[in-house]
Design a protein around this ligand. Structure first.
Ligand code: ADE
Length: 226
């Protein structure tokens, strides 16, 4: 049976997913809780990992090593970097990178010889298809992750210049990195809660609930189609 792992950083991003899989069982490993549920022929393991790259990486590796996840989905909200994106739009990641770790330290001679972790094109394509069917604006492109909640227009411009990413968050690259190390497919689905600019903190507070709900809905439909 195929096991799909779903990782959200925050409770608000996980709410609809928890409701959907509430018929399952909860297993705790250390301080992390995992919902394990059957969905037809599939098994889903879902968790709230907390914010940031270490939480995300630890959770991803537990899903793979303990629960046998064969692919991972990272779902939640993010800040928009591209001028083409608006609040509440979806980004289906083509690849994920760090904006706070020099790419050259993961590339070339340095293990794992890769700094741009590509998502599974089939999974990201399905996200695009679902959004098209639902009339939800969706852009495919690079997502950058780092240990900062970006609410500063100058930092935003620096991240764009350094990574050519269209969206910024705090977990996707760590999850992509773990999937790359384990050689399993993944995707990152994010709904824009803010513009990662000087208004970012206020916009985030206003839109995080609605954006989180939209993203969870797309992710649940993605799982149904996998
Ligand atoms: N998640 C949602 N908005 C974000 C932002 N502006 N920076 C980092 N992570 C985010």
């Amino acid at each position: 049976m195929k096991t799909i792992g779903v990782i959200c950083a925050m409770e608000s991003e996980f709410e609809c997913i928890r409701q959907t899989y509430s018929h399952g069982t909860v297993k705790n490993i250390g301080l992390m809780s995992f919902y394990v549920a059957q969905q037809g022929e599939k098994q889903v393991v879902a968790s709230v990992c907390g914010i940031g790259k270490v939480n995300a990486a630890a959770c991803a590796q537990m899903m793979i090593s303990v629960f046998g996840a064969e692919c991972l989905i990272n779902s939640g909200v993010a800040g928009a970097l591209s001028k083409e994106l608006h609040i509440m739009d979806i980004v289906a990641a083509t690849d994920v990178v760090y904006h706070d770790l020099e790419a050259r330290l993961l590339e070339g001679d340095y293990f794992p010889h890769c700094a741009h972790f590509p998502t599974d094109p089939k999974l990201s394509g399905l996200v695009e298809e679902i959004c098209r069917e639902q009339g939800v604006p969706c852009l495919c492109g690079r997502i950058a992750s780092g240990e900062q909640f970006v609410t500063d227009s100058r930092l935003k411009e620096a991240i764009i210049a350094g990574t050519q990413a269209i969206s910024v968050e705090m977990e996707g690259a760590a999850i992509g990195h773990v999937c790359y190390l384990n050689q399993i497919p993944f995707t990152v689905v994010r709904c824009m809660s803010d513009g990662a600019d000087d208004n970012g903190a206020m916009d985030f507070d206003t839109f995080v609930g609605k954006a989180a709900q939209r993203c969870a809905g797309i992710t649940l439909e993605l799982i149904a189609r996998m």
